[in-house]
Structures are given as structure tokens and as C-alpha cells.
Design a protein around this ligand. Sequence first.
Ligand code: C5P
Length: 222
Amino acid sequence: METTLKNKKILITAGPTREYIDPVRFISNESSGKMGYAIAEALHNLGANVILVSGPVSIASTFPNHKTIKVMTGNEMYLECQKHFDSVDIAIFCAAVADYKPKTSSEIKIKKIENEVVLELQKNVDIAFEFGKLKTVNQISVGFALETNNVLENSIGKLKKKNFDLVVMNSPNLNEGFGFDTNKISIIHSDLSTHNFPLKNKKEVALDIISSIKINLRSKQK
Ligand code: C5P
């Protein structure tokens, strides 16, 4: 019987987060959100019930607005995911959550008085790790890894630490991954088997990721 994602409840995080220093300044990263939105759109078109929790992005997407929860900070993203994680079949952690956030955030704009300022940072909540601890045997979680060195070893480390069923390894090279329309991925499964894909448009990459999710779902249903 064909494995279908129709009516499956799927949570997706996408985009960067902003960690505020004061009301107008923040720490963030280059994530465009394109990969997460492409996956959300493709799954929605397959009839899945998708909830997209997105950091600030500016991309054209046909994914329905009413199914998108917009957030700014990693903590806001975590709190929104908390509302849905228990009830989802699949969680796809695509967001590039800022690893660190300022220890304190000023409520008013910081004045340019000092010649030097020191910004103290603290670790941000690791959303995928927190939900990895809560994941049940019937749930599938997918993570992403962008590594410049020891790619396979570091990605396997993430698979285990964050209790992912699949890890999508992105390339940090030009035209591949962050900010671009194309991506070159490899997918590691929980049995550590790896599948390499050629450079493709992110919409096509989304379909490859979905095929791997279906394989995983099929093996869980056996
Ligand atoms: O540890 P690293 O940031 O490389 O892990 C990447 C994976 O973990 C991605 O799936 C990302 O969405 C997720 N993640 C997260 N919360 C964080 C950091 C990463 O959900 N604070």
C-alpha cells in the first residue's frame, strides 16, 4: 500500500531567529527560510496538515498565511512549537535558530556613548534537542546539519544527540544551502545509511526529503 502523508499533522520550523540586544538591534544569521517554506508548501500540496513556525523571512510562497505562525526569537519559536509538538506525527526542524543570545536585552535603545562595549552571550534554547527528549515512538523528527568539516561524524552526532530519525546534511558551498535557491544534500537515516543527492532546486530537494520521510514512516508502520 502506498505510504501517504495526507492528513498527517506536521510541524515545521523555518528561517532565522533574531536575538535582540535592544529594540532595534539584534543577532541573526543568513538563513532565508527557502528550504523550510519549500518543504511546507510541498507537504501542504500533498494534503498534509502543516503548521509552519517561521522566523523573519521575506520570500514569495504560496504556503497559506493562516497556517504560518510568525515569530522573532528562538524562545518564541520554542513556545509556539510547544503548543503543537504533542499532537504532530512529524516534526521538521529546518530553522537556523541563533545559537547564542544576549544575556540581557535593553528595553530602550542603547546610546552610543562608550568607545567599547562588551556583549555577553548565553546559549539559546535548542528546540530540536528539547523535543528530541519528548519524542514518542510514533513520531518522526527530521533535522538539518550544515557543517564545514567532519561533516558525516558531526551530522551523526546531531542525529543521536537530538534523537532525529533523519538528518539532512546541507553544503555550505557557493550556490548550495544558506540563502540560495539550490541545495546539495545528503540524508542520513537512523540506521546510519546515507543517501547523496545531486545539486537541485530547493523545491525538488523538498520532494527528496519527503520521499525519505515516507521511507521512514513505512518502516515504522511495519
Ligand atoms: O546544532 P545545530 O544548530 O547544528 O543543529 C541543527 C539542527 O538543530 C537543525 O535541525 C536546527 O533546526 C535545530 N536547532 C534547533 N534549535 C537550536 C539550534 C538548532 O531546533 N537552538
